[in-house]
Design a protein around this ligand. Structure first.
Ligand code: F6R
Length: 638
């Protein structure tokens, strides 16, 4: 993880770097640091700060220097505790080479040992510091920046996005990229580098994503790009999508709350976008959406959809399997989507955690579509799983919220969700738009294979709009009660159990994750049918059980039996039930009633209310809701 930002040009760099770091704090907020070259003396000046909520603000106050070249870093700790010593930038022995790093150097212990034998001394406990020492030796032995870079990459194993500065090269920044993202931009005489477009999207109009295994030498007015052998490459600059310009909270107290309320619109946009993606010029605008709403879809359109996904129509018809790969909340969306692919498209579907999949035996099948689901499109485990599947030249599709992400660039095709930038660390609207996209895709595949008709397809889209509407209205129904009564009451409990069955088991997993990650309240989730096989021992009046009902005639009665099991042990039941489910409703200590939707959209209808409930419990506890401890928005380390 970690966020990097660098600047070289005629302007002064400190404020730019601090603004960029503030926007990259979603990548980690354990510590932050900044280094510039003092223009008078050509020496490094730097400052680092550890911990605290307004970390970058603090850094702005303590860093009393500026320059025309500099870089900054915001850290999510991997090696070495969170303190000032381990904050980036890191330096070589005589503080003449500085480095900031996102990633993990896997062979750093061996490198450190080698360096210690050569009398280098270390200041921090990080894996990063070795890079500054090695770069310093290599610059001295090769006498050039490109010589230093080509030799440096041969020494480092792992994943890294690096920016280096050398006092001996006071007009150059050096950027290297291997498996962690880095993006460059130019504007007038200024040159920028950062982990993510958002760091400079208000300053520059076009950007170049550094290709994997490349390095760049940056100076004012100039970007020189090379591959790892030192062969020059042409940097490809493209216009920046302005939606990455900083977004405010829009009057809400937290981004999470704002994003909960953005879900209906995000789902609606996502569905319109899905329909549009194969339209002639592939461009998405609001007027196009309007004109498309009621139009018929022809064969040409249908071909373009599959091309966009990197699949042929024929491949879709012959698909024997779908494999979904993801992490965290995205994995929960994938597990929900398994029901869509199997029950609607009638295609067997396996769901794997990307971090597990990579180390399991792999049996490549070319009649399988491998779909990678990720809000950020940068999650290291998911990205590595994608690279593994790509290495077998199999069909890969990325479903992400960030069209400029590494996953989109590396997958065979992609389908972007239209959630809009999600700032709060806890995923909300990304989760619901993932469900929407996957529901739509499962139906679209079913249509292509003649499993469903055009009418069914249109009905599925309408059902999604209805579920999105309910997601929002049901929050309003319980808003006052949650804020005034329920959140203060449940914030007093120290642990929770979550139960669900069938499609609502992965939804219960998501609810449990949401509660623990933002409130720090301990919670466990089980498939409700498993209760009697052990977890029932945990039931007491101090452990509320949150039970999600289901819209299935057989399983509904099983859920009632599970609720009875809890009540029989004097357990406390918080039930999310659907309208008319009186037998279940009667068993609730606290009750949320949701209007009925299509059974497979039950999780979507419950999503907003669940998130709102968890949000307000956390608010009562006064936790830093948008930035829970130990977390980062984009998990770019394995
Ligand atoms: C939880 C959350 C995480 C992410 C996970 C994967 O609220 O956001 O569990 O879902 O880190 O991230 P993406 O979706 O960006 O691959």
């Amino acid at each position: 993880m970690c966020g990097i930002v660098g600047y070289v040009g005629d302007g002064i760099c400190k404020q730019f770097i601090l603004d960029g770091l503030a926007r990259l704090e979603y990548r980690g907020y354990d510590s932050a640091g900044i280094v510039c070259i003092d223009p008078k003396h050509n020496h490094f000046v730097f400052q680092k700060e550890a911990g605290g909520v307004s970390l970058v603000k603090k850094l702005g106050e303590t860093a009393r220097f500026d320059g025309h070249i500099g870089m900054g870093h915001t850290r999510w700790a991997t090696h070495g505790i969170v303190d000032q010593k381990n904050a980036h930038p890191h330096f070589n022995c005589d503080n003449t080479v500085a480095v900031v790093h996102n990633g993990v150097i896997e062979n750093y212990e061996a490198l450190r040992k080698e360096l210690l034998e050569k009398n280098h001394h270390f200041y921090s406990a990080t894996d990063t510091e070795v890079i500054a020492h090695i770069a310093s030796d290599l610059y001295d032995s090769t006498g050039s920046l490109d010589g230093m870079c080509t030799a440096l990459v041969k020494k480092l194993h792992g994943a890294y996005a690096l920016v280096l500065m050398l006092e001996k090269e006071p007009t150059n920044l050096v950027a290297l990229r291997h498996r962690s993202p880095l993006v460059l931009a130019q504007h007038d005489s200024s040159v920028y580098v950062a982990s993510d477009l958002s760091a400079f999207s208000d300053k520059a109009s076009s950007a170049c994503f550094m290709p994997d295994d490349s390095f760049a030498i940056l100076s004012k007015n100039s970007v020189k790009l090379f591959d790892f052998e030192g062969k020059p490459l042409i940097p490809m600059f493209e216009p920046i999508d302005k939606k990455y310009i900083e977004i405010d909270k829009g009057g809400f107290e937290h981004y999470m709350l704002k994003e909960i309320y953005e879900q209906k619109r995000a789902i609606t946009r996502t569905i319109y976008f899905c329909r549009l993606i194969g339209s002639k010029n592939g461009q998405y605008t609001d007027s196009l959406v309007d004109s498309f709403k009621h139009s018929e879809v022809n064969d040409e359109y249908s071909d373009q959809i599959w091309r966009h996904l990197g699949l042929s129509k024929d491949q879709v018809k012959r698909l024997k399997n779908v494999v979904l790969l993801a992490a965290g909340t995205s994995w929960h969306a994938a597990r929900i989507a398994q029901f869509f692919f199997e029950m609607v498209a009638k295609i067997p579907c396996q769901v794997s955690l990307a971090s597990e999949f990579r180390y399991m035996p792999f049996f490549p099948k070319d009649d399988t579509a491998y779909i990678f689901i990720s809000q950020s499109g940068e999650t290291a485990d998911t990205l590595e799983a994608l690279r593994l599947v790509n290495s077998f030249e199999l069909p890969t599709v990325a479903i992400t919220n960030v069209a400029s992400s590494t996953m989109v660039r590396e997958a065979g095709g992609f389908l972007p969700m239209q959630a809009g930038p999600e700032i709060s660390v806890a995923s909300t609207k990304a989760f619901s738009t993932q469900m929407a996209t996957l529901y739509w895709l499962a139906h679209r595949i079913a249509l292509e294979r003649n499993t469903i008709s055009w009418n069914d397809m249109h009905e599925a889209e309408e059902d999604l709009f209805v579920a999105a509407e309910i997601l929002e209205t049901v929050i309003e129904n319980y808003k006052i009660k949650i804020i005034n009564e329920l959140a203060p009451k449940y914030a007093q409990y120290e642990r929770f159990i979550f139960l669900g069955r069938h499609i609502n088991y992965p939804f219960a997993l998501e609810a449990s994750l949401k509660l623990k990650e933002i409130s720090y309240i301990f919670s466990q989730c089980y498939p409700a049918g498993e209760l009697k096989h052990g977890p029932i021992a945990l039931i007491d009046d101090k452990t509320p059980v949150v039970l999600f009902s289901i819209l299935d005639d057989v399983l509904y009665w099983k859920i009632i039996a599970n609720a009875q099991e809890v009540k029989a042990r004097k357990g406390h039941l918080i039930i999310f039930a659907f309208e008319g489910q009186h037998e279940l409703i009667d068993l609730a200590d606290t009750l949320f009633i949701i209007p009925r939707v299509k059974p497979l959209l039950a999780p979507m209808a419950m999503t907003g209310l669940m998130q709102f409930f968890v949000y307000h419990i956390t608010r009562v506890l006064d936790r830093p809701i948008d930035r829970p401890r130990n977390l980062a928005k984009s998990v770019t380390v394995e």
